[in-house]
Design a protein around this ligand. Structure first.
Ligand SMILES: [Zn+2]
Length: 491
C-alpha cells in the first residue's frame, strides 16, 4: 500500500506537467498519468502543485552568538521550517576555539537529537591549526563536504587570507567546497569604532559599519583565491551589486564560484526597516546588512541570469525583547500552552535577545527569523510577480541546494528513486504573514502583515505526512542526518 498523489501539477527544476506520483515507503516509485489507485491511499491534488520539499542550506539553530543563543532549535525550528514547506536544512557546526572539528561536531550532534526534519552539517572552521588542517579530510567520512570560513567578525570567527587560502587547497584536494562569509572584517572594525566614538549608536549605524564596498572587496578576494586554487567556492548571503559583480567576473573567467542570497535581501530595506524609529531597527540587524531597492533589483537579475544559484535564509532568530521573558507568553499564545512546560524544563530559553544592543548597535545579536517564511515569500515576490517561473523557484530553493551540497538526486527533486519529500502547494490560497500565526520561537516577524498567495497545504517527508493545514503530525526523531557526497558539481 502506497500513497498516490493524483492529478497534480508536478514541478521540477526543468519541467511542469500534469500527473500522478506514487510513493511507497519513503521513496517515490512511479510518476505517470492515470496510475491505478488500487490498494493505495489517494491524495487528490487537482489544482495543486507537487514540488520537492524546500532545502535551506544556511541556518543557525541554537547558535551561541553575540552574548546569547539563537532561539530556534532542532525541535521547534524544525516544526516552523516544515510548516513553511522546508523539509531539510544544513546547519553550521562551529569549531570551538582551541578545540577540534570533531569536538564541534559532537556538540551539534547532541543539539540535533530531537530532529523532526532531515538535516546535514557544514563545518565552520574558526581556528585552522596544523592538527585541524590534518583533520579536514576525515570530515568527508562523516558526510560533511563543505567548510565555512568567515572573512568578518574580527576576534570571533574571522580567519586571515593565508588560512582561507590553505583551507581552499585542502578542500580542493578532498572534493570539498569552501563557503565564505565575505565582508572585510578589518575595515568593518575601523568603521564601527569610528561610528561609536562619534556617538552613532542606533541600529541604522549598523549599515554604515558594513557598507556594500567591504562585501564586494571580500567577495572578490575569495573569488580570486578560488580561481587560483581551483577550489569550488560558494559565497553565502550575497546582498549587493558590488559582490554580485565580483562573482559574475569570476564566473566569466571560468572560476568554480557560486553564490546564494537570502529572501530578506529582496525585500527588507535599510531606510524603512533598519532605519525604523526608536530601537525597532534592531529587528532587522543581520550581517551583511539589508540594502535598499536598487540592490534588490540587482539580486533579481542575478537569480534570473544564473549568477546566483540558491536562495536560503541564514535563519538565526533572537527575541526582540528577550530581557522581558516573552518566551512564556509566546508559548501560551502560539501553542495553546503546550510548550510552556517544555520551556520551563529548559530555562536556558529565557535567553536575552536584541535588547543587548540598546545604546550600542554593535552589541545587537546579528540574525533574523526566516526558516518558515522562505518559500511563501519567494513564491509571492518571485513567482506571483512573474520575476521567476515555478521551475526556477524549485531550482533555487531545492534542486540546486541538493546538487551543490552533494545530496542530489536523493533530495531536491520529484523523481523515481528520490526521497518522497513532497509539498502539496495551493497556488490560490491566501495567507497573511504574522507573528500571531507563525511557528518560529520569535516575538516578531520581519514580514509582518505581508499578504501572500500560494502556500504549502500538506508537507511530506520521506513519505510521512508532517503537516496537514494547521495540524502538526511529525515527532521528535523523525528527522534523519543526511550524509553528503564529495565532488559535487559546480553549477
Ligand atoms: Zn549565517
Amino acid at each position: 500500500m502506497g500513497t498516490l498523489f493524483k492529478n497534480g501539477t508536478i514541478v521540477t527544476a526543468s519541467e511542469m506537467f500534469e500527473g500522478d506520483v506514487l510513493v511507497e515507503g519513503e521513496i517515490i516509485t512511479l510518476i505517470g498519468k492515470n496510475i491505478s489507485s488500487r490498494g493505495h491511499e489517494v491524495i487528490n491534488c487537482r489544482g495543486k502543485y507537487l514540488m520537492p520539499g524546500g532545502i535551506d542550506v544556511h541556518t543557525h539553530l541554537d547558535l551561541p552568538f553575540g552574548g546569547t543563543y539563537s532561539n530556534d532549535d532542532f525541535d521547534i525550528g524544525h516544526k516552523a521550517a516544515a510548516f513553511g514547506g522546508t523539509t531539510m536544512h544544513i546547519d553550521f557546526v562551529i569549531q570551538p576555539k582551541g578545540g577540534s572539528l570533531h569536538d564541534g561536531l559532537a556538540t551539534w550532534r547532541e543539539k540535533a537529537k530531537p530532529a523532526q526534519i532531515d538535516y546535514a552539517f557544514h563545518m565552520a572552521v574558526t581556528d585552522l591549526r596544523d592538527d585541524v588542517m590534518n583533520e579536514i579530510p576525515s570530515l568527508v567520512n562523516e558526510g560533511i563536504t563543505s567548510l565555512k570560513l568567515f572573512m568578518a567578525y574580527k576576534n570571533v570567527f574571522q580567519v586571515d587570507d593565508a588560512t582561507l587560502y590553505k583551507a581552499m587547497q585542502v578542500a580542493a584536494a578532498n572534493g570539498m567546497i569552501v563557503m565564505v562569509h565575505a565582508e572585510n572584517g578589518d575595515v568593518e572594525e575601523q568603521l564601527r569604532l569610528n561610528l561609536l566614538a562619534e556617538g552613532k549608536t542606533d541600529p541604522i549605524w549598523h549599515y554604515s559599519s558594513r557598507p556594500p564596498e567591504i562585501e564586494g572587496e571580500a567577495t572578490n578576494r575569495a573569488v580570486v583565491m578560488a580561481g587560483m586554487t581551483g577550489c569550488p567556492l560558494y559565497v553565502v548571503h550575497m546582498t549587493c551589486e558590488q559582490s554580485v559583480d565580483a562573482l559574475r567576473r569570476g564566473r566569466a573567467a571560468g572560476y568554480p564560484v557560486m553564490g546564494e542570497t537570502c529572501v530578506q535581501y529582496f525585500h527588507i530595506t535599510r531606510d524603512k526597516h533598519l532605519g525604523a524609529p526608536g530601537f525597532e531597527g534592531a529587528k532587522f540587524v543581520c550581517s551583511p546588512p539589508v540594502r535598499n531597492s536598487e540592490h534588490h533589483e540587482v539580486l533579481w537579475r542575478a537569480v534570473k541570469d544564473g549568477t546566483l544559484q540558491v536562495v536560503s535564509t541564514d535563519h538565526c532568530d533572537f527575541w526582540y525583547e528577550g530581557g522581558k521573558g516573552p518566551w512564556q507568553e509566546w508559548a501560551k499564545k502560539h501553542n495553546g500552552g503546550d510548550w510552556v512546560a517544555y520551556e520551563q524544563q529548559n530555562p536556558s530559553y529565557r535567553r536575552p535577545g536584541k535588547e543587548l544592543g540598546l545604546g550600542n548597535f554593535s552589541k545587537i545579536p546579528n540574525g533574523l527569523p526566516g526558516i518558515e517564511d522562505r518559500l511563501i515569500v519567494m513564491w509571492h515576490l518571485g513567482v506571483n510577480s512573474g520575476k521567476i517561473s515555478p521551475t526556477r523557484f524549485v531550482e533555487l530553493n531545492a534542486t540546486n541546494p541538493a546538487k551543490i551540497f552533494g545530496m542530489y538526486p536523493r533530495k531536491g527533486t520529484i523523481a523515481v528513486g528520490a526521497d518522497a519529500d513532497i509539498l502539496v502547494w495551493d497556488p490560490k490560497k491566501r495567507h497573511t504573514i504574522s507573528v500571531e500565526t507563525h511557528h518560529m520561537r520569535c516575538d516578531y516577524n520581519m514580514y509582518e502583515g505581508m499578504k501572500v498567495k500560494g502556500v504549502p497545504v500538506q508537507v511530506y517527508q520521506r513519505g510521512k505526512k508532517l503537516v496537514d493545514g494547521e495540524e502538526w503530525l511529525g515527532k521528535n526523531g523523525d528527522g534523519q542526518y543526511i550524509a553528503r557526497k564529495p565532488n559535487a558539481p559546480v553549477l
